[in-house]
Design a protein around this ligand. Sequence first.
Ligand code: NDP
Length: 451
Amino acid sequence: MLQVLNPATEEVVATVPAAGPEDVDAAVARAAAAQTAWAAAAPADRARLLRRFAAVVDAHTEELALLEVREAGHTLGNARWEAGNVRDLLDYAAGGAERLNGRQIPVRGGLDVTILEPLGVVGVIAPWNFPMPIAAWATAPALAAGNAVVLKPAETTPLTALRLAELALEAGLPDHLFQVLPGEGPVAGNALVEHPGIAKIVFTGSTRTGRHVMARAADQVKRLTLELGGKSPNIVFADADVEAAAAAAPMAFLDNSGQDCCARTRILVQRSVYDRFLALLAPAVEATVVGDPLDERTQMGPLISRAQLDRVRGYVPEGAEAIRGKAPEGPGFWYPPTVLTGLPEDAPCAVEEVFGPVAVVLPFEDEADAIRLANATPYGLSGSIWTRDVGRALRTSRAVRAGNLSVNSHSSVRYWTPFGGFGRSGLGRELGPDALTAFTETKNVFLSTEA
Ligand code: NDP
């Protein structure tokens, strides 16, 4: 059994049975049968059912949000956004079912067309940091493209995914088309990766586990999308609106308690404005409201688990220079907002993914130095660039090796724009106009007119 704890109180919220390899076998067999009929349905019918699923999610956003608060410790505002994001993903993907067009390519002696065939049964392995949206990022387009989905949520956060599967049935989706199997990663997750009936794995989590999944999937040349870690820069040039950059910097790494693969945890500041930036940043970090996730004024909740709390603590060097906010005492996995200064560029917390409310500030000299520092990690997921110079914004955007950049803002993820990483941040892209094609194989068909 899996025990689900409320990270803000350490109280047991639920216990859930853990799936073993035999449960994965049975689920994949049921999914395969459901997928055959689903793929044969008219695209407009698939779209209609997915829109109905979106409407049912919409009617349950508050319930889903409260469940996310209890199992993941997310602030209520964030959790409401997340439930709405699931609805929007389903709506957006539904439209894709009706627009999954192949091409007609000019040839001599016939007609050549491409057909985007569904893959079959897709295995989704989701993390605990955004349990609902990340599950839906893969599930919505996979279903819309004519696939079935077996989803393994993280051990710590299975409840919203289980509820979404119930809501799918309430909306009229066929039985077994979307199944949720809570379980341990090395058991249920691994069984999905190794199962010959699973055509593709979409994995979101650590680079370490992602590498393992990739190696195990290689035996069957299994299709993969990997959304892995990040260590994203927030580059502040001297010509920027420094006040605006400092005001926005805290929530760019504190949102979701820093448990965000896009968190801007490397704040790179041009040396000529470094002291001014820190003087503006300190009160903004100290003023962050950390506490009860159900209080609408709260900006940051707890970390997900004691293991994560210990991991985050382990990254902060004893006696380091720091700006620190406040965090509650007592039960719950709390860590205060923390900004470290005066560290070497290659300190572990400056180059590795901490996944907690901890950022480092490093000075740079000029544009070339900023780009060098921004690219000095094996990751390449996100980043922000603050400058008033349009040419510099464009040059830096081109030079930083990352999949999702944002100028004078910290936006990264919209369901209608592509998302994914360079380097060890992942493989493939999710979301955006091409989300469905990642769940298809392109088949080319030539029809002769000569016979
Ligand atoms: P993992 O990458 O281990 O977990 C992500 C998912 O993979 C979970 O569902 C997990 O299951 C599953 N999993 C674990 N082992 C296997 C396996 N052998 N085969 C298949 N699936 C598996 O992350 P952790 O929870 O251990 O978090 C550690 C660190 O990873 C964080 O501190 C953070 O740096 C990074 N991380 C990054 C995320 C991102 O969005 N990029 C998301 C989550 C973590 P289970 O829950 O049972 O372990």
